[in-house]
Design a protein around this ligand. Structure first.
Ligand SMILES: Cc1ncc(COP(=O)(O)O)c(C=O)c1O
Length: 403
């Protein structure tokens, strides 16, 4: 690749060029799928010597990956300024799990933001407990109170920005400064904006976690996660990940690379459509709140504008009053929105969400709201024409009124 430091290029250019090293791609545009468990050595002496070579991008054994996985990891590292390396995992959930296991040991404790993805919460609370590691939840919007929640045993903080159900934006740099002052590791689930929308390491984060299942895969046919770390933490992340046997298949890595190349245009289109739909929803009499930090005047918009360079089409709206049955009728009446988990694919999705089930440090609904406004619906806006999506929502609101 000619011309200057690749990291100085604009995000869209880096999305296209990242990880395409000629030694991995050969003459092809994309790295071929290197399916291999075994890489052969020319002689015993080379195999013996190979045992002691412990670097990325060196043929050893399939568990350490090959050029297809290396190209993906390299691309993700290149997309995150300040990063030293990236490890890949078979699901998005495995990424925070192993990142936490790489910095915590028995007797330690992690603080987890209360609006985190619920399986991540469950891992922290239940799986870590079996290893003698504690987890407590905190309100990431309470920056003032954060230092006081850090205890003697606290060694790490795990953030999600924005929270993927209720979309609160937290002040990552301020929380990171407070955490670092007490020697904590700072981990962030950055899946919503991704590396082109929020440069996590430049905002004080040590390890940036992505569920590649979402925007990078982009076509609802891939499960994968990644953790990208700075030079201080990458060696321990890599070591723990290899000790735990973490690797992804080269076929999946090739799919993720394919998705990565078009992620910029997909995210831009999804976010633009989502903005139109969110504005439309804000004016509906059935809607009390639209939780979407990209929306001007929405809660969190100022912090989003300060810290982010992009976003995506995932947001939540809250019905004015009503009941769970009405929300179900609305969701069921939608024709273009599939009812299903996940987001980031080309097709729109809808989910009735229940923040009250998981919160222990934040209130749902927030105390400033009318307490009857609490039935939330999360939308992922795909690549359909937003006019059709609005028409679909309009006809579904009619179902809400049927008692
Ligand atoms: C914010 C966030 N992080 C992590 C994950 C986990 O990803 P995966 O479904 O690939 O395990 C999800 C899944 O929905 C998510 O929403």
């Amino acid at each position: 690749m000619a011309g200057g430091d690749p990291r100085d290029r604009k995000p869209d250019t880096r999305l296209v060029a990242a990880g395409r090293k000629p030694e991995w791609t050969g003459p092809a545009v994309n790295p071929p799928v290197w399916r291999a468990s075994t890489y052969l050595y020319e002689e015993s002496a080379a195999q013996e010597a190979g045992r002691h070579v412990n670097a990325d991008g060196v043929f050893h054994y399939g568990a350490r990956g090959g050029p297809t996985q290396w190209a993906l990891a390299d691309a993700l590292t290149e997309l995150e300024p300040g990063a030293a390396g990236t490890m890949l995992y078979p699901t998005g959930l495995a990424a925070p799990a192993i990142a936490l296991l790489s910095v915590l040991k028995a007797g330690d404790e992690v603080l987890v933001s209360d609006n985190s993805y619920d399986p991540t919460r469950s891992f922290a609370l239940h799986a870590l407990r079996d290893y003698g590691i504690g987890a407590r939840f905190f309100d990431p919007l309470d920056v003032e109170g954060f230092a006081a929640t850090i205890g003697e045993r606290t060694k790490a903080v795990l953030l999600e920005n924005p929270g993927s159900l209720t979309m609160e934006v937290c002040d990552v740099p301020a929380l990171a400064i407070a955490a670092k002052a007490r020697g904590l590791f700072v981990l962030l689930d950055n899946t919503w904006a991704g590396p082109t929308g929020f440069q996590a390491l430049s905002h004080g984060v040590d390890m940036s976690i992505l569920a590649l299942t979402k925007h990078v895969g982009g076509h609802s046919d891939l499960m994968m996660g990644s953790v990208t770390a700075n030079a201080q933490f990458y060696p321990r992340l890599r070591k723990r990940s290899l000790l735990l046997g973490q690797q992804v298949s080269p076929d999946d890595a090739a799919l993720a690379l394919r998705g990565l190349r078009t992620m910029g245009v997909r995210l831009e289109r999804s976010a633009l459509s989502a903005l139109r739909i969110a504005e439309w929803l804000r004016d509906r009499p059935e809607v009390a709140h639209v939780l979407f930090p990209m929306l001007p005047d929405a809660t969190g918009h100022e912090l989003w504008k300060r810290d982010f360079t992009g976003g995506c089409g995932l947001f939540t709206f809250v019905l004015k009053g009503g009941d769970a049955a009405g929300r179900d009728r609305l969701v069921d009446a939608l024709e273009l929105f599939g009812i299903g988990y996940s987001w980031g694919g080309f097709e729109s999705l809808v989910l009735g969400v229940h923040p009250e089930r998981d919160r222990t440090a934040m209130r749902w609904p927030p105390s400033a709201w009318d307490p009857t406004d609490r039935f939330a619906v999360r939308l992922w806006i795909g690549l359909e024409d937003p006019d059709d999506l609005i028409a679909d929502l309009e006809q579904a609101f009619a179902a809400l009124k049927l008692a």
